[in-house]
Design a protein around this ligand. Structure first.
Ligand SMILES: C[S@@+](CC[C@H](N)C(=O)[O-])C[C@H]1O[C@@H](n2cnc3c(N)ncnc32)[C@H](O)[C@@H]1O
Length: 385
């Protein structure tokens, strides 16, 4: 059985690390491009585990059927793929919806694609279930997605993430104007191999996404634990059975033994917002917060395992040049780290980080990229080499 997932474009090497750490095996798939990954699962329990554990995915689904169609005339082939779908045990009598997606140029639209699969699936469900489930495009119990690329590679999949992607965590009470996706924060922690062996700090924390994800990862808190009711997954009969067994990630440390987690930002309103998010996530008691410049970090933490942050990408008038801000940040990070500690950065300004690392005799141990609109964002891990 194959699971597929949508991911931040380019993040596949980091997502694969997380998959493998959690016992899943990534596989090559013709349709996979930068924004996808595919892995094998043994059955519904594995899917429930994946939903409960994995922090770097956007949408997770079950591959229902896949094949290679004529990109100019896919219709008969598409009907045949729909007829292959093993309806039991994934569909019940509840309403379903089909959404169409394409990459590349085609003679047909995504809407036409969805309509064709929807009609055929309606008939197929009626035959297999003995009843005709309604279509509800607004509030379906099951979302089937059909994706065709420019070479005609086609995948039909049951989206188990629900209306909102898995990266939309429930703790986002305060939305920082430059808030990062939780999946990217999780990816930076994965790349840095954060294991809560010592303190963690984010000195430019904004709404606190990185710290919240770091505490969740350290304690093995499921990223979905506050979202159970919203998940469409539980409407898939095969998964409803396993709801009580929703997987929990590996914990690196017990709550009672957790090291210090420290969050700072020079804007007090962001610190207050981050505190709200930490409370919503149920981890505020584990995090020390302060309002102050990143240069003050060594006053708040020492012997850190990881200092990770998402610094500003540009400067406002009256602020120090960006290079000075990054130099000060890296120096404050170094002064707060244990000897084998590391600095994690999420920024498009990778050249600047490499330059400062060279100046300071540091090693850039990891440098992965992800596309974010027109920006290429780097996930960097710097250590003393
Ligand atoms: C890109 S945002 C971080 C957003 C955060 N990752 C999130 O998901 O909400 C950068 C943050 O750095 C803060 N900042 C900028 N310069 C700073 C400095 N010198 N010291 C401390 N914080 C600073 C800003 O107030 C802003 O909240």
């Amino acid at each position: 059985m194959r699971a597929c997932a949508t991911i931040a474009p380019g993040l596949r090497p980091v997502v694969h690390r997380e998959l493998e750490r959690n016992g899943f095996t990534p596989v090559d798939d013709a349709l996979d491009n930068a924004g996808w990954t595919t892995f094998t699962v043994d059955g519904p329990l594995d899917l429930a585990d994946a939903i409960g554990r994995l922090r770097t995915l956007h949408r997770l689904g079950l591959v229902l059927a896949a094949g290679s169609l004529d990109p100019d005339d896919p219709w008969d082939g598409l009907d045949a793929l729909v007829d292959e779908i093993d309806v039991d045990p994934w569909f019940a009598e509840g309403p379903f919806a089909v959404r169409g997606h394409r990459t590349g140029d085609h003679e047909f639209t995504s809407m036409e694609l969805a309509a064709r699969v929807g009609d055929r699936l309606h008939d197929h469900l009626a035959t297999e279930l003995g009843t005709r489930p309604p279509v509800d495009l607004e509030a379906p119990d099951a979302i089937v997605r059909v994706h065709v690329d420019d070479a005609g590679h086609t995948r039909l999949w049951l989206d188990l993430a629900g209306q909102a992607g898995l990266h939309r965590r429930s703790y986002r009470d305060y939305d920082h104007p430059a808030g990062m996706k939780a999946s990217l924060a999780a990816a930076l922690l994965e790349l840095a191999d954060h294991r809560a062996r010592g303190p963690f700090a984010d000195p430019m924390a904004g709404g606190g996404t990185l710290v919240t994800e770091a505490v969740g990862r350290a304690l093995g808190l499921s990223p979905m634990r506050l979202r159970g009711d919203e998940l469409l997954a539980w409407h898939a009969p095969a998964l409803a059975e396993h709801q009580a067994n929703l997987g929990a990630p590996e914990a690196f440390v017990d709550r009672e033994q957790a090291p210090a987690f420290v969050l700072g930002d020079h804007a007090p309103n962001h610190v207050e917002g981050a505190q709200r998010n930490l409370e919503a996530a149920g981890v505020a008691d584990l995090v020390d917060t302060y309002a102050g410049d990143a240069r003050q970090l060594p006053d708040h933490v020492d012997d850190a395992e990881l200092v990770a942050t998402n610094p500003p990408y540009g400067i406002r008038s009256g602020e120090a040049p960006l290079a000075d801000t990054y130099r000060d940040l890296i120096d404050a990070g170094l002064a707060s780290l244990a000897d084998d500690g590391r600095i994690g950065l999420l920024t498009p300004k990778a050249d600047l980080v490499h330059r400062i690392a060279d100046e300071r005799g540091l090693t850039v141990a990891e440098d992965e990229t992800v596309k974010h609109g027109r920006l290429t964002i780097h996930l960097l891990v710097v250590d003393r080499g």
